[in-house]
Structures are given as C-alpha cells and as structure tokens.
Ligand binder design. Structure first.
Ligand code: MEV
Length: 329
C-alpha cells in the first residue's frame, strides 16, 4: 500500500489565456490531495473518496469506478472527478505495462473540488505517483506531470493546459507556455484565499471563452493582453516587487471578467479584499464560482473575507515548495 500527496495551486496570473498558448504563472499551495493505492488480487477498481472540500460536500462512492456515487454536487463535477481517477489509474497501468491490474484507491483532499485550486490535477498527480510506486515503478516528476496532463486533456475534451498538472507535480512557482514548462523562483508571497463554497465547471467555462474568442475580436485581444500582463508579472516576481504583482493581479481579474468567467460572489470577495487593503486580488482557476486569491501580509484581507457574505471560507495559503511526494510506502 502506498500513499502519495500532491499540492493544489493558485494562479498568480494567466488562467484561461494559457489554454491558447499564452504564458501563465501558477503557484503550488499547502493544501494537498492524499491518495492511497493498494493492489488487488483481481482486475477491479474500487474508489473511495472523502473530504473533497474544505467542509462542504463529501464525494463518497465505492464499487466499480463506473458506478454513480450518491452526492450533493452537480453530476458533471462527479463525472469529471471519476474520469480523472479512472484516467490516472490507466496511466499507471500503462507506465507499469500491467494493463489488467486492479486497485483499491482512497482519496482524501483538503482542496475544494472545482473551486479553482487545482483539485483534479492534485488528485491525478498523486494517484499516478501512488499507483506506479505500488507497482514498483518510479517515475520522475516531469513524467508524472506529462501523464497527468494527458488525463486532464482527455477529461476536459482537449481544452486543458499543462499548467495545473505541472505545478502540482513540481511544486513552487512555475511558468507554463504551451508545452514549455519550467519551475521559476518566487519570493514568499502572502496569499489569502477566499472560497465561496461553490464550484465552476471548467469544461464549460473554457468552452465559453473559446466561443467568445471566435465571435469577438476584443476577446481575442483580451487573451493576448493577459499574456502580455504575465510577462510583466514575471519581471515583478524577479524583482520581488509585491506591490506591482498585486496591481497586475487586479488587472488580470478585470480581463478575466471581460471574458465572462467571473461571478458576482467572486467579484464581491475581490472587492472585499481590495477594500481591506490587499495589494491585489483576482479569481483563480476557471472561475464561475470557487476561489479568489489576494496578496496581503496584514490581517485585513483575511478578516474582511471572513465577514464577507459571499465568502464561506477564508485562509492563508503558504507556497508549497515541494510538489508530489510519497507519504507512506
Ligand atoms: C483551470 O484551473 C485553468 C484553466 O486555464 C484551464 C487549464 O489551464 O487547463 C481555465
């Protein structure tokens, strides 16, 4: 039996635009998905998942991964969650050249499902690591990232970038531009996260941006502008200029709103953070609902978010310097 864990992430800059080849900078945070994998004597897959949120719903299902679990979250989210686990197990079987091996898989996660903090990527990355180790195969983190990306790509109908999976596998701050993925240096950034208790549907939101881009030149230009902003953000990161990073996060949120992926509660949390003195605040991930990330080293933003009616959970999130790792072997 092997347990592996992998971190979630926030986007400092660049979500959505990264799907079209623009650069993005996600940062891993110390909220982790932990996956335990135990080889079975038969070829069946039994998946048990719990705590796939901070304190909201629980996804719990068992039996064949094709079974429909009884949970209080939207069907598309559950189908996606199951698709991610199935895909990760297929990758592990392939890596070990053991196509018919069965597993018991147990997933525990601190990361809200669909909340924009990279829950699916973390589950996929940790599952591939745990399942391959269980089969005595050791993959390097780049290969885990690559295989995890194939899974996200399939589940999201080809509308996925390498950003979430590479960041979760490697940890720290990373830069992703198309297939070019690398880790980059980052100063300690005082992240504060606000979670509205909801979730967006990544596939739908990405498809929405694609169709807007097809219909309006402004949307095409907005996507490219996000890419330009990311380049400036990288310079600010290099200089350790937190005030400039914050300003650029504010711009990035405005550009994402123009692309139609923000939501009233995300905007409310962003403004609660700004009014409380945050250096910057933006939605993180696909949007539609879920989380915002702000930069503030004082207590102001955390307190304001806790009192904001739009916010269900607020917490500080430290940069996770370590990506995927084995917890128990
Ligand atoms: C989702 O966390 C981030 C998106 O950019 C999609 C992707 O990069 O795969 C919206």
């Amino acid at each position: 039996m092997v347990t592996a864990s992998a971190p979630g992430k926030v986007y400092l800059f660049g979500e959505h635009a990264v799907v079209y080849g623009e650069p993005a900078v996600p940062c891993a945070i110390e909220l982790r998905a932990r996956v335990t994998v135990d080889r079975r004597d038969d070829d069946r897959l039994r998946v048990h998942a719990e705590d796939l949120s901070l304190d909201g719903f629980t996804v719990e299902y068992s039996g064949d991964a094709g079974d429909r679990p009884d949970v209080a979250v939207s069907e598309s989210l559950v189908e996606a969650a199951m698709g991610y686990v199935d895909g990760a197990i297929e990758q592990a079987r392939d890596a070990a050249a053991e196509p018919a091996v069965g597993f018991d898989v147990t997933i525990e996660s601190d990361i809200p499902l669909g909340g924009g903090l990279g829950s699916s990527a973390a589950v996929v990355v940790a599952t591939i690591e745990a399942a391959t180790r269980e089969l005595d195969v050791e993959l390097d983190r780049e290969e885990i990232a690559d295989r995890a990306y194939q899974v996200e790509h399939d589940v999201q109908d080809g509308e996925a970038s390498r950003a979430d999976t590479f960041c979760s596998a490697m940890g720290g701050a990373v830069r992703v531009e198309g297939d070019d993925c690398r880790t980059i240096g980052a100063p300690e950034l005082p992240f504060v996260v606000g979670f509205d208790g909801g979730a967006g549907d990544t596939g739908e939101l990405v498809a929405g941006v694609r169709s807007l881009k097809g219909e309006y030149d402004f949307a095409e230009t907005t996507v490219r502008t996000i890419g330009d902003l990311v380049l400036q953000g990288e310079r600010a990161l290099d200089d350790g200029d937190a005030a400039e990073i914050g300003r650029l996060m504010d711009f990035n949120h405005g550009l994402l709103s123009a692309l139609g992926v923000s939501a009233r509660r995300l905007d409310e949390m962003v403004w609660a953070a700004r009014d409380a003195g945050a250096m910057g605040a933006k939605l993180t991930g696909a949007g539609g609902g879920g989380c915002v990330v702000a930069l503030d080293d004082s207590e102001g933003t955390l307190t304001a978010l806790k009192y904001s009616p739009a916010c269900e959970q607020a917490f500080r999130a430290d940069l996770a310097r370590e990506g995927v790792r084995v917890e128990r072997d």
